[in-house]
Design a protein around this ligand. Sequence first.
Ligand SMILES: C[S@@+](CC[C@H](N)C(=O)[O-])C[C@H]1O[C@@H](n2cnc3c(N)ncnc32)[C@H](O)[C@@H]1O
Length: 302
Amino acid sequence: MRLFPEWVREIRGRDATFFIEQLSARQNPNQSLRILEIGGGDGYIASLVHDAGFEIKSTDPSPREPLVFPVEVMEASRLPYDDNSFDAVISSNVLEHIKNLHDSFAEMTRVLKPNGIMIHSMPTPACSFVSTLTAPIMLLRTWYYFLTGRLQPPEGKPQRLPERLPLAQRINRHPRLARFCYRSLYALWQLQPLRAIRFRYGHGEASGPIDELIIWRESKWRRRFEAARLDVHKVHYGDLCCSMNKLFPFKFMAFRSWVARQGWASTAFYLVSPAASQTSGNGASSGSGAPRPVEMAAASAQ
Ligand SMILES: C[S@@+](CC[C@H](N)C(=O)[O-])C[C@H]1O[C@@H](n2cnc3c(N)ncnc32)[C@H](O)[C@@H]1O
C-alpha cells in the first residue's frame, strides 16, 4: 500500500487543467506563450502544460526526484531572467511555503511582461479544517495499514537515512541496513499521534491548523497581493473537496464536487497581474512600482 501518489497526481492534474484553460484563453495563434512555473516540485504540472503546447520553464529550490520534466534549481526571490520575459507565472500550492513573499512577488512581477498574468493555486481554510477534523480517522487507518504490514514509504524517495541523523552516514554505506532503518523510521513517523492529529504541525509557513484557518483566508491573500501592487482579477475555487483522500482515494467524487460547490473546495486559484501603476511607463520592472516591504509586512501581520 502506497500513500496514494496517484491521488496527488489527480489533484495536480486538475490544477494543470485550470492553468491550461486560462492560458489558452490568452494564447495568440501566431505565438506560443512563455510560462514560468514557481515551485514546480517534480515538474508534473509543467509536463502537462508543456504537452498542451506551451513553452514552460519549471523552477524550484529543491526539485522533487524523480523528475518528470526538467526543473531548474532556483528560489522565487532570485530569478535569473530578464525583465519582461514571461507571459505568465504559475504556481500550484507554493505561495503558502514561501518565507520571503515580498522579494518573490517583486521578482515574479519583474520577469512578467506588461499585461502578463500570474495564476497561483493554494489550499483553502476549508481544506485545513476538514483535514484536521478527520485526522484521527487517518491515524487509525495508518495504524491499521502498519499493523497489517502494508504501509510503504512513498515511491521514488531514496530509502536511506537523512544525513542529519546520527550514524546516518555509516548506516547508509550498507544499502540493506539503510533501507531497513529508513522504513522503520518512516513507520514510526507515520505513527506519531501528534503528527496525525496535526495540532503541532502546519502546512508550509503556517504554524498549525488554527493558523492555516486564519492566514489562508481569501481576504488575507487579497491583502498580500494588494500590498505587492498586484491586482486580483478573479478568485476561482476548485471543483473538489480533497480531504480524507488517504482513506477514500478516488471515492465519492460526485459528493466531493457537491461539497466543493457548497463552499468547501480545497483549492483556490488567484488570477493576478501587476497593478496598472506598475505596468505603465517602463514595463513591470522594479523601481517605483515594486512592492513595499512595510506594506507586505503589514498585510502578513493582519
Ligand atoms: C507542496 S510543494 C508543491 C510542488 C508542486 N508545485 C506540485 O504541485 O506538486 C511546494 C513547493 O514549493 C517549493 N518552494 C518552497 N519555497 C520556495 C521558494 N522560496 N521559491 C520557490 N519555490 C519554493 C518547494 O520546494 C516545494 O517543491
